[in-house]
Design a protein around this ligand. Sequence first.
Ligand SMILES: *[C@@H]1O[C@H](CO)[C@@H](O)[C@H](O)[C@H]1NC(C)=O
Ligand SMILES: *[C@@H]1O[C@H](CO)[C@@H](O)[C@H](O)[C@H]1NC(C)=O
Ligand SMILES: *[C@@H]1O[C@H](CO)[C@@H](O)[C@H](O)[C@H]1NC(C)=O
Length: 333
Amino acid sequence: MSQFIKWPNTFCRAIIFFQFIRFIQADWESWWTYEGISGPDFWGRLNPRWSHCSKGQRQSPIDIDTSTLLYDPYLEPIKINGDYVRGQLVNTGRGISLLVDRSTTSSGDKHVTISDGPFSYQYTVSNITLHFGRENDRGSEHTIDGRRFPGELQLYAYNSQLYSNWSEAKREPNGLVAISIFIMVSGHPGQVVTLNQQQPNAALKQITGLLKNITKRGLSYTIESLSIMDLLPSSWKHYVTYEGSLTQPSCHETVQWVILNRPIYLSSYQFHMLRHSLKGDGHQDNFRPTQPRNKRSIRCNIVYENLGNSDRNVVDEQHHSSNTLMSTIQQVR
Ligand SMILES: *[C@@H]1O[C@H](CO)[C@@H](O)[C@H](O)[C@H]1NC(C)=O
Ligand SMILES: *[C@@H]1O[C@H](CO)[C@@H](O)[C@H](O)[C@H]1NC(C)=O
Ligand SMILES: *[C@@H]1O[C@H](CO)[C@@H](O)[C@H](O)[C@H]1NC(C)=O
């Protein structure tokens, strides 16, 4: 009898043990955070495949020190083909991402490609990730002269000329590009409120409007149609570019970054919605600290004369800094 009682006990323990192992294996990929013992300082040690996070010398994000920018007259505007995408809006528990569906059918043009600019290949948009903080004084991953912005939208694309998908491309040379757009709070005190450019971004509004359907980690919601064009600021001609990495594990150093010189805007209420969506997971900041630039050069096509240009009529010279992000550069003549 005693044996009969003991046996299930051991059996249960074994089951629990194996379940635990399975849990670890299944969850290994997501076992990292932005704080504490699984935070950014330890990513490289959590998993041997993430060693780049600690050993890499070309990591992202970085601080963009505008006194070291190199002006490159050959940097053309970026070309974006297509407009609408379909995808899953996911609450990852650490942030909000839109995983773009891979176009499979001929029913409509639901994929968007990026080329030209500093890129030698054509890249297919695959993923949009939002970074933000607990308060308005932080949230972006990249900083400009040490200044952090309330949010940063990262539009990731993979090299679809050389590789068949994101997972393959992220490990390979020239695999990925990321276009980074800072998000500012519209109508925030200290900013000029009358400008059209400071209206909340329409496509971002569409995303924040759906957050109520993904209030918990792991939940997702299908967006049938989102305009990438609407997500971009009024002009994306002027930017900064450098070679870096993914800002999350595995931290692969295969990303050509482009940081646009114009922000997009979101209302305080929508920022609140974003923060609220991570409430169950501790309402944390979700940006990685800036990494050393080391020997990398940061190029740009921003010239002082370009500031405002098309929008000059609506922008008082004094307020350039609220409309474009970088206004001074070291020009190589
Ligand atoms: C989407 O981007 C995030 C942020 O870089 C990354 O962690 C994730 O693996 C990407 N997922 C897909 C399916 O592209
Ligand atoms: C990505 O492409 C590689 C190479 O073609 C293939 O082996 C792999 O299964 C693909 N992965 C996914 C997630 O489709
Ligand atoms: C999304 O959330 C809203 C408000 O909670 C609800 O009315 C709506 O039915 C939800 N939609 C889906 C498809 O779950």
